[in-house]
Design a protein around this ligand. Structure first.
Ligand SMILES: Nc1nc2c(ncn2[C@@H]2O[C@H](COP(=O)(O)OP(=O)(O)O)[C@@H](O)[C@H]2O)c(=O)[nH]1
Ligand SMILES: [Mg+2]
Length: 354
């Protein structure tokens, strides 16, 4: 009896289902969490206390309804202290060197007196329990730096849920004084679109195997890049990377022009040898100046907020409606009718709401 009780308490904590043996301190942590109130949490965040920040993020990531109000409250308190940062999305196929790049890129921002938060959107981690940021070995120096904060992807929920939590986490990090936010994503499709909607600039990492890499990466993702970096331009691959850069620039010319008047820089870099990284930072700063002067910087953020509002409204209305047992039943029945072909999806959906 007591075992099953313990198990159910644990299963309420996102990301630790079935991992009770890995974290014997969990119930202790949870007890500590309960005694910290939002006043203390908020003060802690504003003073740059990492434990407070981590706890607030855990609250935001929680799927327990009793945490929702606390989570909303802490985000609301932080809201006036958000926005003062550069939010950068980083994508590319697995193995391209995102984590290695984030290590050298992040450290160089810190050298320039910035504070760097690294977050991730990785819907696959919900299935595997792992995370693209799991490999902290690639971010060894960064993870030990006092000016860096690294948080793996929330491992519970749909892509939409994971992304929404990451967006709120960005705000908490900003309130804690982090002014460069790096959001890593997996580079295989949907999560890029979600990340694009929460960042100011989207950096795409490619490999210098001219031509090949263009096939590996979806065209839509190429079009999303505000900055394209050809990684691993080292160990004799430098020339190849130059040629690949030229190739990518040519490919980009075939796309419609950016209405914001931005020409996407394409640069060879080596994340391991730390070459081209400060160049990349300068491109980011140039981009920021360009967008601010043209008025796109603030406008894009406003558009993004409105988009997340609409998206969340849709999700919440759906969840609210489904929480009614009779609606759930009706939904299942109509879904069965669609599945066996006796009703069209459109008609079934209309019937559901009639
Ligand atoms: N030669 C070379 N190897 C790199 C570079 N950046 C990353 N790698 C290697 O590529 C592999 C994948 O790197 P990782 O950062 O984990 O890629 P991710 O999956 O995109 O996060 C590792 O073995 C890295 O050491 C680079 O600039 N040059
Ligand atoms: Mg990685």
């Amino acid at each position: 009896m007591s075992t099953s009780k313990k198990k159910s308490a644990l299963s309420e904590v996102p990301g630790v289902e079935g991992q009770s043996s890995l974290n014997p301190n969990l119930s202790k942590l949870r007890r500590q969490k309960a005694v910290v109130n939002n006043d203390q949490l908020f003060d802690g965040i504003r003073n740059g206390d990492r434990t407070s920040l981590s706890r607030a993020i855990t609250l935001v990531e929680s799927t327990r309804p009793e945490d929702f109000m606390l989570a909303d409250d802490i985000v609301q308190r932080c809201l006036p202290h958000t926005g003062n940062s550069i939010r950068i999305g980083i994508t590319g196929v697995p193995g391209v060197g995102k984590s290695t790049f984030i290590e050298s890129f992040g450290l160089q921002w810190i050298e320039r007196n910035h504070k760097v938060a690294v977050l991730a959107v990785d819907p696959s981690s919900a299935k595997t329990g792992g995370s693209i940021l799991g490999d902290k070995t690639r971010m060894n120096a960064l993870s030990q730096n006092v000016s860096a904060f690294i948080r793996p992807s929330p491992s519970a929920g749909s892509l939409g849920g994971v992304a929404r939590k990451t967006r709120e986490t960005i705000m908490l990090c900003e309130a804690a004084g982090y002014d460069v936010i790096l959001v890593e994503t997996v580079g295989v499709g949907q999560s890029e679109i979600a990340v694009k909607r929460m960042v100011d600039l989207f950096a795409l990492l490619l490999l210098p195997g001219a031509g090949d890499e263009l096939q590996g990466i979806k065209r839509g993702i190429m079009e999303m890049g505000d900055l394209i970096l050809l990684n691993k331009a080292d160990g004799g691959q430098e020339r190849k990377a130059e040629l690949a850069s030229a190739e990518v620039r040519r490919a980009l010319k075939l796309y419609p022009e950016d209405p914001r008047g931005w020409t996407v820089p394409v640069k060879p870099i080596s994340a391991i040898e730390n070459t081209g990284i400060s160049d990349a930072i300068e491109e980011v700063e140039k981009y920021q100046r360009h967008m601010q002067i043209k008025g796109y910087w603030d406008q894009t953020r406003k558009d993004q907020s409105m988009w997340w509002f609409d998206d969340t409204v849709g999700e919440l209305i759906y969840a609210h409606w489904m929480s009614e047992a009779s609606n759930q039943k009706k939904y299942e029945d109509l879904k069965a009718a669609v599945e066996n072909g006796t009703m069209s999806p459109l008609m079934a959906a209309r019937k559901l709401l009639s």
